[in-house]
Structure formats: structure tokens, C-alpha cells
Ligand binder design. Sequence first.
Ligand code: FMN
Ligand code: EPS
Length: 359
Amino acid sequence: MGSTYGKIFKIATFGESHGVGIGVVIEGCPAGVTFDSDFIQSELTRRKPGQSRITTQRKEADEFEVLSGVFEGKTTGTPIAMVIRNEDQRSKDYSHIAAQFRPSHADYTYQVKYGNRDYRGGGRSSARETAARVAAGALAKLMLAELGVSIQAYVSQVGAMKLEKSYQELDLSETENNAVRCPDPEMAQQMFDYIDSIRKQGDSIGGVVNCVVKGTPAGWGEPVFDKLHAELGKAMLSINAVKGFEYGSGFDGVLLPGSQHNDAFYTDENGNVHTRTNHSGGIQGGISNGEDIYFRTAFKPVATIMQDQESVDQFGNVAIVQGKGRHDPCVVPRAVPIVEAMTALVLADFYLRNRSAKL
Ligand SMILES: Cc1cc2nc3c(=O)[nH]c(=O)nc-3n(C[C@H](O)[C@H](O)[C@H](O)COP(=O)(O)O)c2cc1C
Ligand SMILES: C=C(O[C@@H]1CC(C(=O)O)=C[C@@H](OP(=O)(O)O)[C@H]1O)C(=O)O
């Protein structure tokens, strides 16, 4: 079983990329959440491999089976187990890394830590594991939707190609209309062509996924260690290939003096407190303030490229690792539903934790 994530709404994942399958056990999901299988399946379909020319060509249906915790379309409050069987493993692509290490993948560190690693498809280190998170995250999204919270992520950058518009200036309903998942159709086409050219060169490229959460009431989060932004950061940094996280004004916030950075409060016509700007990214002191929560997550160019690379074998001898197999030239299009799922897991957990904060 993988380490658990979450305090009340908890998940643990299991499985390897080239084993029998992968799956998730969810604990702490309240009874009575409508278990919309079609929605959960559609989220898995957004993440699955083989979606287009610019993703890995591994073909997986990623259909899930529920083993427990659901009765007559509703959660029962008992552990929910979901499993997805692997169908299209091609393990011979990995024979050469049984005793060698791909630069910047997890082969070396798993070897050092465990001494016994399933090298086929990277085993447990493969991003295939994120399908299990997406299944759990989809259920968390369903719960949050009942509370009026919605989460939307999109690709904002591929290599140096960057959307300069803020999420308020974009039509986010365009995001799912192209293979890149960039809401600006023109930019999406340029990004697609660029990723495709990188793929043809046998190389890879990184990118950024932005995420916006609407409808979070003020008061979710914890004041000290488990601050809402700290848990979001941990959730994002736990996704394969993630190198950076920033929320609200992020690193650019250092450019403004406090007089411009502070988010002035006002009360609207309905008597609700809001802020005029939102450099805080919807979080102050680790607790949501009711404004939109927004953040950015940076993904590196993936390790496995179709080129020979300098490395060593497990005895420390020089080795040239060949690039083989089916890989994502750029992960961000498929990372969008993963970012959303991890966000949903964090927020579902904080909703449940917040319920005991005051009488
Ligand atoms: C959606 C997604 C797809 C990925 N696809 C690949 C891939 O095809 N080939 C690869 O080498 N790495 C891929 N990765 C990244 C590796 O899983 C990751 O680099 C590896 O586990 C090492 O972890 P680290 O990069 O976080 O240190 C992918 C990551 C994500 C999020
Ligand atoms: C299988 C998936 O993506 C895989 C993620 C991955 C990696 O190293 O992370 C490497 C490739 O694995 P394989 O060679 O076994 O096909 C990708 O295809 C998936 O996301 O479901």
C-alpha cells in the first residue's frame, strides 16, 4: 500500500505500471456522497495515456471497478476501493534499465533505497500511479460540487511559450477543446506544434499548469503547520515530475511594495466581506478567505528521451542508456486532471476537518 495522503479524507494507492493493475483505497469519505461512475470515468479518460500524438502511445482504457464502499449509487462511509487493470504493458522496453539508471528518473534512488526494484515501466515510480489519485480525486470533486466548490486547471506554459493573460481574462471553458488543454485556442495550436516537434527530435519539454478553485467558503485550512497553501504545495509537489509551486502572487509578489500588494477589504451589497485584489490567492494565514484560490505548478521535461545518455550501471561502471519505449514528450496536457484531483483531495479533507473547528 502506498503511504496515505490526507488526515480525514485519506487515500492510499497501490500497484505498479507493469504489474496487474493499480488502485486506491479511500478512507474517511462521508456516507451519502452520490457516486457518479460516469463522472469518475470521464476524469480517468482525461488523464489516460494514448490520447493524442503528443502523449505517450501506451493504450489503456483505464476503466475502473469498485470493490467496496458504495451501495445503490451512494458512498456508505466505509473504505472505498477502486481498481484499474493494466492492459498494454510493453516490459521489454525496460530490460536495458534492469541494471542501469535513466538520468533524472527514479531508477537510481529506488535501487539505493530498496535494493530490489520493479524496473518494468519504472514500477511504482511511474506516473501511471496518478490514475488512482484521479479516481479518488474525482470522488472528492463530487463531494465538493455538492458544497458549491469547483476546480479548474489548464496549461499556461510549455517551454518558453507562456499565456500572459490571467485566468479572469481567459475563457476556461475552451480548455478541454484541444489536446494541450490550453484555454487559448491559438496558443494551444502553437504549443501542440512545438511539443510535436520536440517529440520528433526524441526530446522532451516542461510546462506549467495553473489551477483555480471557486466557491471555497472562508475558514478552510489550519493556522500553523497544515496551512491550506502548505497542503496544496505538498499535494502538487507529490505529483511526478513537479519542480515548482507558487500560489497567489507567488514569486512575482516580491516585485510589489506592500501598499500595492495588500488586498484591501470591502463589504459588498449583500453584506459579505471581500477583497478588492487577490494577491493572497484566496488564502491568508493558512486559511481560505472566500476569494478564488489560484496557484501554479511547474513540471520538468520528462526524463526518458529517445536519445543515448551518459549514466552508470548498478556497479558504478560507465553506461550509455538508450532511449526506448513510449513516453510523454510533455506531461502537462495529462497533468491537468491530476492537479485538479490532488486539489480536490486537499479541499475535501479540509472541509471535513473544518467541521469540528467551532460550535
Ligand atoms: C502525466 C505524467 C506523465 C509522465 N510520463 C512520463 C513518461 O512518459 N516518461 C518519463 O520518463 N517520465 C514521465 N513522467 C515523469 C516521471 O514519472 C517522473 O519524472 C519520475 O517518477 C521521477 O520523479 P521526479 O521527476 O518527480 O523526480 C510523467 C509524469 C506525469 C505527471
Ligand atoms: C502508463 C502511463 O504513463 C507512463 C508514465 C511513465 C513514467 O515514467 O512516469 C512512462 C511511460 O510508461 P510505459 O513505458 O510503461 O508506457 C508512460 O506511458 C500512464 O500515465 O498511465
